[in-house]
Design a protein around this ligand. Structure first.
Ligand code: NDP
Ligand code: MG
Length: 389
């Protein structure tokens, strides 16, 4: 029987790569639901190729377009956040691949778990904001959540057959992004186009900026805590610009395991859908002869302030990671639209962390309030920065 899959965010970088992978195994996968935020044109094209039962578009203004594009196909079309949750809950899929970017991915993931689906998670912000709630929900429902993020997929693979007690710590590798060797003075002058040029990975805009500030690694540190049930002091980061070693697990007997491969997200995407099995692929192979050396260095926490803010938010817990994420999403958008400078992204996040009420054990409703308030605080700070310009 083919595996039935629903894809949240099918028009994005992860979504399109997932469909590329899925198209290679027509007997193994069936697509039940595809969703997008705004890109109705691509969603229609994908629906005509993969014949899902239903498609959902976030922005209701595109529903008529979507319906018109899919007339006579028998594919149902819906719009809006609530419909998205309904369609995912009602879907017959065994796995929901969560590839919406940002906080908007949280509620659909909750709907998927509540309705008993297994989740393949790319949307790290979901675990950053609500890791505690998600992990408890998973154990209540008995469903699984498997990481798509390459570092976490690496750790997940290294932990197969291991006992939790055996883990001493993990090391997440980071490419260091396009500004690894740039001085702080030059970082001040960085433009969106410079930051959008990642050396090793081609990704959506938000995560590409997060990689340049290293907030992406910070979010991944928090993501790892929840995925692998680790204490903050068990998670470290090393800069590995080659992006070939995807992460390490250090065990209590002194042994270390790593997972390696070419930097190609289609590998961890496919593994999240097929594990513990591995499907054959014809993707580019790693040839050690092409790499004279693998290098590792400590991240510069002063230069990459976002990473140290994420570690601080993880230490403090409660709603701090939610505030961190909301302020970061707001600041990244402001940077991309030319409102603030590159170094003002962490500055805005820090301001929001210091100027929002701390809650030690927020429920989902409280997190929603924290998210909104942190966005407001960040926005006010951005407006102040703009006046200073
Ligand atoms: P993209 O921006 O390329 O794609 C985001 C997808 O989500 C698009 O399909 C978009 O639709 C949809 N979307 C955005 N906002 C909403 C919304 N409010 N409601 C419904 N749908 C929405 O992002 P990526 O694919 O790069 O990243 C997706 C997630 O995966 C992120 O959390 C990222 O951190 C994570 N990830 C990505 C990696 C990568 O290589 N790209 C690697 C590891 C993790 P539309 O196209 O219509 O705007
Ligand atoms: Mg990653």
């Amino acid at each position: 029987m083919p595996q039935i899959i629903s894809l949240l965010g099918s028009t994005g970088s992860i979504g399109t790569q997932a469909l590329d992978v899925i198209s290679g195994y027509p007997d193994e996968f069936m697509v039940d639901v595809l969703t997008a935020g705004n890109n109705a044109g691509l969603l229609i094209k994908q629906a005509k190729q993969f014949h899902p039962r239903a498609v959902v578009i976030g922005n209701k203004a595109h529903l008529d377009n979507l319906k018109y594009g899919l007339r006579n196909t028998g594919i149902k079309a819906y719009a809006g956040d609530e419909e998205l949750e309904h369609v995912i809950s009602d879907s017959e899929s065994g796995v929901v691949l969560a590839a919406i970017v940002g906080y908007s991915g949280l509620k659909p993931v909750i709907a998927a778990i509540k309705s008993g689906k297994n989740v393949a998670l790319a949307n790290k912000e979901t675990l950053v904001v609500a890791g505690d709630i998600i992990t408890r929900l998973l154990s209540k429902k008995g469903t699984s959540l498997v990481p798509v993020d390459s570092e976490h997929s690496a750790i997940f693979q290294c932990l197969i057959g291991e006992e939790h007690d055996s883990i001493e710590k993990i090391t997440l590798t980071a490419s260091g992004g396009p500004f690894l060797n740039m001085s702080i003075d030059n970082l001040k002058k960085v433009k969106p186009a410079d930051a959008l040029r990642h050396p090793n990975w081609s990704m959506g805009d938000k995560i590409t900026i997060d990689s340049a500030t290293m907030m992406n690694k910070g979010l991944e540190v928090i993501e790892a805590k929840w995925l692998f049930d680790l204490r903050p002091d068990q998670i470290s980061v090393t800069i590995h610009p080659q992006s070939i070693i995807h992460s390490f697990v250090h065990f209590r007997d002194g042994s270390v395991k790593a997972q390696l491969g070419m930097p190609d997200m289609r590998v961890p995407i496919l593994y999240a859908l097929t594990h513990p099995r591995r499907f054959a692929t014809e993707l580019p192979r790693l040839d050690f002869r092409e790499y004279r050396s693998f290098t590792f260095s400590e991240p510069d926490m002063k230069k990459f302030r976002s990473l140290s803010l994420a570690f601080m938010a993880l230490d403090e817990g409660g709603n701090k990671p939610c505030i961190l994420n909301a302020a970061n999403e707001t600041a990244v958008r402001a940077f991309l639209s030319g409102e603030i400078g590159f170094l003002q992204i962490p500055e805005t996040v820090e301001y929001a962390l210091e100027n929002n009420l701390y809650l030690a054990a927020p429920d989902l409703e409280a997190l929603e309030v924290s998210d909104k308030q942190a966005r407001d605080t960040a926005r006010k700070y951005i407006n102040k920065l703009k006046k200073r310009k």
